[in-house]
Design a protein around this ligand. Sequence first.
Ligand code: GUN
Length: 293
Amino acid sequence: MILLDGKKTSEAIQQEIAAEVAQIKENGGKVPHLAAILVGNDGGSVTYVTNKVLACEKVGFGSTLIRYEDDVTEEELLNKIQELNESEEVDGFIVQLPLPKHIDSQKVLEAIDPKKDVDGFHPVNVGRMVAGLSTFLPATPAGILQLLERYEIPTDGKNCVVIGRSNIVGSPMSILMAKAAYPGNATVTLCHRNTINLPHFTQQADIIISAVGRPGLITADMVKEGAVVIDVGTTRVSDATRKAGYRLRGDVDFDSVAPKCSYITPVPGGVGPLTIAMLLKNTLKAAKREVYA
Ligand code: GUN
């Protein structure tokens, strides 16, 4: 069993980005700048966005964090997005999800200029991904592709079961793994909460990608010997022995599943760190005007 070390892979990618930023600075080019909009004080979202901004500093990007209270109006958000769309300084920006219920998230995402949509959530960029055009790939699926590629894991013709159909992970992941490319070329099954007999599908899988957010969903009996298991779950469960009072748990019952796997991601330290690295990569692409020439 080989552990897919997301932290190490993420650091390698961030070093590559930092080297490129140093080169840009040396040539007097535009230093990439990422802005992030964060609404409210949800613990997970605050942590993610803080880590994204810190990662910017590490690779030499400029960054801006824009925070609002939970009661921000949709209009205020849309005005800020307009301002960021027009900013000469900001190359790319994200609006951290989820947003409070009184705000129409889809409307907010559609207000973002697709050229600055480094999350890849705008319908134009989603469409470009499906059509195989140059685009900003959503960071978590792109990070999983990087892990598969950098560990040289074969995907051609394999049975790949993706669990969870969110716009952020499961749905784009299923599309990317089915593409005529490496990593990709897999036979993809997209399972979700209405799937009847989930184990029937996972037991046939050479590659399982679980993005559900239900700790312990994937147990050893559901996994074929030698399978590749990618765990996207990051659920906070209370743990009095930890200083923070909680720890992160994935969808996979790691201790029982790991011995059966050829490769498996840990939680934490698996997919999570890659998400940040790929957001930075997208921001670099935006600054270099690589997607929309
Ligand atoms: N919420 C969970 N994952 C993400 C992400 O990748 N981007 C944004 N903007 N919000 C998220």
